[in-house]
Design a protein around this ligand. Sequence first.
Ligand code: NAD
Length: 498
Amino acid sequence: MANFEDIVQRCRTAFASGKTKDVNFRRKQLESLLKMYEEHENEMINALDADLRRPKQESLVVETEFLKNDIKHILYNLNDWVKPETPEKSLVNLLDDVQIFNDPYGVVLVIGAWNYPLQLLLVPVAAAIAAGNCVVIKPSEISTNCAKFVTEMVPKYLDNDCYPVVSGGPTETAELLKQRFDYIFYTGSTRVGKIIHAAANKHLTPVTLELGGKSPCYIDKSVELRTAVKRILWGKLINCGQTCIAPDYVLCSKEIQEKFIAEAKEVLKEWYGEDIKSSPDLSRIINHNNFQRLLGLMKSGKVAVGGNYDASERFIEPTILIDVKEDDAIMQEEIFGPLLPIFTVENAYDAIKFINSREKPLVIYVFSKNSKVIKELRENTTSGGFSSNETLMHCGVDTLPFGGVGSSGMGRYHGKYGFETFTHKKSCLGKDLHPLGELLASGRYPPYSDRKSTLLGILLRKRRPFPKLYLSHLLAVGLGIGLTVLFTHYMQGKLFTR
Ligand code: NAD
């Protein structure tokens, strides 16, 4: 096992040297990471293929292009993001500097998961670099080929003192977590998320936990079903269902269920042909343990579509299950595979009741042409994200925060939200020592009196901020009055000297 104490200490020394505070240094590191993505795109795609038998098109969309766009977005905006903010001031602070500075936390730990082993690790790493931190990078050991790529390649492109890569599984991670970090960003299961939270708590380290759970998908009777089926199955089957925001299960009426199944059979044939196993467009289950776990879940309810599997390839056919019960295993734990149970409900009201009786999901999907139904679902449920008539795509909008709530996680990232996650907002008040300011504020000092209290009350009273719209008018009027007074004085001076 590597000496984690030394690794973290080296990061601390590097952070203390101040080099990551230099925005140009951060930009250079990010540009170099972008170069790594560009120069080694094929190796990344090959590693994903070796780990998950991921089709190239999927890897391009959800990993390599995603990563490149993420860094470009940061590079285009970083100079604006790092600027201190100047919030509104009240009367009492009129003469002061009131600013919020964007401070890096220091040495942060980023722990990635195996299902999108590059994106889920390197997007938060880039955000942490942008914010000026040193980062200990821990890939998931389960996606071995991607972990090897990161361990070998990242040190060739990033500063080795500031951004070390560490490898290992639960034992090593448990050891690593004994170190004191200034921030921990974790992606993975809710079970391990609790372990990470507990370890962070020992040092009162703030955390972001990007966790999982069961994301429901409600289909309303008003839907255009063919499109809905395609979007739901695509969201379910990309990466063979091993996606944290995959629609976990469907909620719909019995009538919609029948139509959904008929459409799904046609769509699957269109996408993967008669022999799905021989299609190059469906990934495989990551390992034997998960394969066995999924076979166990397949025992719930009745198979309506699919149901075949092959252990030698860790292949599981896209499978739709019906007649599942609320307490069946498949309706209890996150599926994380190509199995789609349908749980029948009468209407949107029942769907809301069902969703609200469970843990808060990472995302809720609704398919409907009726905007009232969509609004009902959105306003009466709680989830990390919400998407109507689409699956997964909300994750690619870099101006939207991505994250869970309750048992699906805490914190958010992507785009500016990633930068802010790794930034401490330092509140700064700057005053001078001018006698006028001191005189105005002297009412705060003992001996206290009613007169001082009244004066302070007037100064501190909350007032509605003056609308910015009129500020320019006010300034113009003030300037006019000022110039008039000056001009009058000047003319009077001239007259007197005559
Ligand atoms: P995983 O097994 O790769 O674990 C994630 C990380 O935790 C790894 O780096 C691993 O080394 C570490 N780890 C595992 N056990 C540990 C332990 N006992 N102590 C300390 N560290 C430990 O991934 P996983 O947990 O199987 O990932 C799948 C889960 O992640 C699913 O629940 C999925 O929904 C969730 N997920 C969430 C997101 C999100 O963005 N919210 C994204 C992807 C996956």
